[in-house]
Write a protein that binds this ligand. Structure first.
Ligand code: HEM
Length: 399
């Protein structure tokens, strides 16, 4: 059964879950740029889709008019989660002042120094994954590799067993990728919530060197944090850190499987890795967030009403020819690259150092062992979209 009616009028009836858009949003944005840079829809409530870099960043910086109290791209009835998470998932679902201090508490876990300390582990994870499939000469670069890496690193940060990885991956997919299916979304959110709630109780009894213990020991205005805030922050770390990074790793490996020239260049000149990683983030930015309009306003001449949603298409902003030369080309040595894959303004990704490290290490380790590979003939690459876009299956032959 199709999850949504196909879109025929992108300017007035867009849908980020349209299968054509999920597979190839680039043509849709190009069409809109020429005619209507702020599209609208009534599907799942009234929403807007600005695609220009200047509009997206201006909205991201105006946190008074555009609140983060509802960041779900696929709208759902919030009541069902309000009872256990009255503060949502701070800092991403909060505005100042709650946003300010919850973000400050998370940042040390993703500082350059901390992230460096996770690099050896990340490399080991990548090497052992490759070992599993290398001899067979084939792999699904999304399922067997990209999907497996971030969840294991996050499990380490939360000090939860590695064998929970599969359950976490399933829950995060239910929560984000299948957000339009109330049952799956609920199963995902409750799965993550109940598991982390039990960890929270355990850490109260026996604290360790992990994020949850650290948050339980933290103080705000001399008071311990409410349990629901600690739970929301731990849930956010898992939800924000898994699907996003695996999508970025998968999209990069897909690009390198389908562009021999870029792959050969990167293998021959590994010094290009840093600019290549930034370019993959720009060109295949996975994350779209939403904002809730708090008061009647206007963006680029479009009247928005309080209660409307705005889709923050960081991916579309990254393809704006007014902001980037050769915006639709992947230029792995692009020098100036002020992309917004990690957002812009006060909610800019708190885990960007970790994401960049994982992305770089995952590509380095893959190319070190598999310098040459291509898509399996006749195989279908599948993509997921909505809040997070990325490949979910990339069958490849290792040559
Ligand atoms: C390639 C991978 C990633 C991408 C593209 C990405 C993208 C984003 C974006 C666009 C935002 C801004 C949200 C907004 O404006 O509403 C964000 C926020 C956030 N991200 Fe990431 N993210 C990635 C990986 C990670 C990782 C690995 C973590 C940590 C485990 C993480 C944790 C967070 C947190 C905590 C926030 C909320 C920050 C705030 O509200 O102040 N992200 N991310």
């Amino acid at each position: 059964m199709p999850r949504t009616e196909p879109v025929t009028d992108w300017a007035n009836d867009f849908d980020v879950l349209d299968p054509g858009y999920v597979e190839d949003p680039f043509g849709v944005w190009d069409g809109l740029r020429a005619t209507c840079p702020v599209a609208t829809t009534q599907r799942r409530g009234r929403a807007w889709l600005p695609i220009r870099h200047a509009d997206v960043t201006a909205i991201a910086h105006d946190t008074t008019t555009f609140s983060s109290s509802d960041v779900a791209v696929v709208a759902f009835d919030q009541d069902e989660e309000e009872d256990i998470l009255p503060y949502g998932l701070p800092p991403i679902t909060s505005d100042p002042p709650l946003h300010t201090w919850t973000r400050r508490l998370l940042l040390p876990w993703f500082s350059h120094q901390r992230v460096e300390s996770y690099e050896t582990l990340t490399r080991e994870i990548c090497r052992s994954l490759i070992k599993e499939f290398f001899d067979s000469g084939r792999a699904d670069a999304a399922v067997d590799y990209a999907q497996q890496i971030p969840v294991r690193v996050i499990s380490h940060i939360l000090a939860v067993p590695d064998d929970m990885s599969e359950a976490f991956t399933g829950w995060v997919r239910d929560s984000l990728e299948f957000a339009d299916d109330p049952e799956r979304r609920r199963r995902g959110n409750y799965g993550i919530g109940e598991f982390l709630w039990s960890k929270l109780q355990e850490r109260k009894e026996s604290p360790g060197d992990d994020l949850i213990s650290d948050l339980l020991a933290a103080r705000h205005e001399d008071q311990p944090l409410e349990d629901s805030i600690v739970l929301g922050m731990a849930m956010l770390t898992l939800i924000a850190g898994v699907d996003t990074t695996w999508s970025a790793i998968g999209a990069s490996l897909w690009h390198l499987a389908t562009h021999d020239d870029d792959r050969e260049r990167l293998v021959a000149d590994p010094a290009l890795m840093d600019t290549a990683v930034e370019e993959f983030l720009r060109a295949y930015a996975p994350v779209t967030m939403a904002r809730l309009v708090t008061t009647d306003t206007e963006v680029a001449g479009c009247p928005m009403n309080a209660g409307d949603k705005v889709m923050m298409s960081f991916p579309a902003a990254n393809r704006d020819p007014e902001a980037f030369e050769r915006a639709n080309e992947v230029v792995i040595d692009r020098a100036a690259n002020r992309h917004v894959a990690f957002g812009s303004g006060i909610h800019r990704c708190a885990g960007s150092n970790l994401a960049r490290m994982e992305l770089r290490v995952a590509i380095e380790e893959w190319l070190r062992r598999i310098p040459s590979y291509h898509l399996e003939e006749g195989a279908r690459v599948t993509w997921a979209g909505g809040q997070v876009r990325g490949p979910r299956s990339i069958p490849v032959v290792l040559r």
